[in-house]
Design a protein around this ligand. Structure first.
Ligand code: FES
Ligand SMILES: [Fe+2]
Length: 378
């Protein structure tokens, strides 16, 4: 049975029965998990600096020689693809006296010359040129390349670890979830738009990505009309999660079962949540919403790098209108609905109204995310 068929079948069963996937019990999360700055710093270090995180999609540097820069949680990164097609991630800081080596956002070049004193590095990180070396004195090329971070690419996602010299087994980290991600065919999508959205604190923001319980009330004008509220099909692979929602047309799937014309993907929406910071929401109609969510310097803010993808580059006016409409709709749903609502949660965390939050049985993905943080932070 295909994944889409399995998910649509499970979603339909819930729809017919008025049910949803549930956790075995409710969960209490003390508010200090959201507000304690010492705890936040420890968790941010363990989860975002000493574990693999997703930093980009492969399609953002699709060709050998492509590069991209980003600042992730205050760490300037240079992400390159070498002539063998391998992706690298470096700290975008010169080894001479620390200037930012590459100031362009993205482009295509295999050498990077520091704007300060013109030391030059290859896109594999090697120091290949020292201006005026006869006066500077000899520089040991082998130890003075760009600081390289562990970086691996799977299923169209580039992963890195922000702590130099730390490395991971990416296949063990992703497990069978890699093939679920691979099925999303992310390599072949087209990048339409990238934007940054500031938001409330890390956990309050992530909670909103991990349940469908709020869809009818918060998204009444955007995604709400297209999906069945409070109906979630939920699976986990290690720390990673997949959530499927039923589209409003799910009723029409009744009786179709596994007939060849059934097209089960027509009746669901699927979100892949790569722990701890990537959400991939492929939407029917050839559009995809991707969010890289990073904690800020304190527990009170996040920054989301949001990507809008289309299945193919928009060619006609009609294609462009469709992807632009999708882009605006998701901006409204995430910035003006989700993030605006979560800002009210953030503002009132220290109001004294709650000393814990009660997470429902119908919010299993929220529960799972918080458990995984605890597991990693031990
Ligand atoms: S700081 Fe880069 S060459 Fe001096
Ligand atoms: Fe939402």
């Amino acid at each position: 049975m295909s994944d889409a068929l399995e998910l649509a079948t499970r979603a339909l069963k819930h729809f017919n029965g008025g049910t949803t996937d549930q956790a075995p019990s409710q969960m209490r999360i003390p508010l200090t998990a959201y507000t304690d700055e010492v705890r936040f710093q420890k968790e941010r270090q363990a989860v975002f600096f000493e574990s693999p995180i997703a930093i980009a999609l492969s399609l953002e540097i699709s060709e050998p020689g492509d590069f991209q820069t980003q600042t992730v949680m205050n760490v300037p990164l240079l992400i390159t693809r070498d002539t063998d097609g391998k992706a690298h991630c470096f700290i975008n800081v010169c080894r001479h006296r620390g200037a930012k080596v590459c100031t362009a956002e993205k482009g295509h070049q295999s050498r990077f010359t520091c704007p300060y004193h013109a030391w030059t590095y290859s896109n594999r990180g090697a120091l290949v040129g020292v201006y005026g070396e006869e006066t500077f004195g000899e520089v040991d090329r082998d130890t003075m390349g760009l600081t390289q971070l562990w970086c691996e690419e799977r299923a169209g996602v580039i992963f890195a670890c922000l702590t130099p010299a730390k490395s991971f087994d990416i296949d063990a980290w992703l497990g069978p979830f890699a093939s679920k991600l691979g099925d999303q065919d992310l390599l072949n999508w087209h990048l339409y738009e990238t934007r940054y959205l500031p938001g409330a604190g890390w956990k309050a923001t992530m909670d909103g990505y991990l349940e469908v319980y709020h869809h009818d009330s918060v998204h009444g004008k955007t995604v709400g009309p297209h999906t069945v509220g409070n109906l979630l099909v939920h699976d986990t692979w290690g720390a990673h999660q997949r959530m499927a929602f039923a589209r409003k047309n799910i009723n029409e799937f009744n009786g179709l079962g596994d007939s060849p014309e059934a097209q089960p993907e027509q009746y669901i929406r699927v979100i892949h949540s790569v722990f701890p910071n990537l959400s991939i929401s492929a939407i029917l109609g050839g559009h995809c919403l991707v969010g890289f969510i990073y904690p800020g310097e304190t527990s009170r803010e996040t920054l989301t790098r949001q990507l809008i993808l289309s299945a193919a580059p928009p060619e006609s006016e009609q294609d462009r209108d469709a992807v632009e409409t999708f882009s605006q709709m998701t901006l409204q749903a995430v910035r003006d609905e989700d993030y605006a609502l979560v800002a009210t949660v953030q503002q009132a965390l220290s109001s004294g109204a709650n000393d814990s939050f009660l997470i429902g049985r119908n919010e299993p993905a929220v529960q799972h995310y918080h458990r995984m943080i605890e597991q990693i932070c031990g």
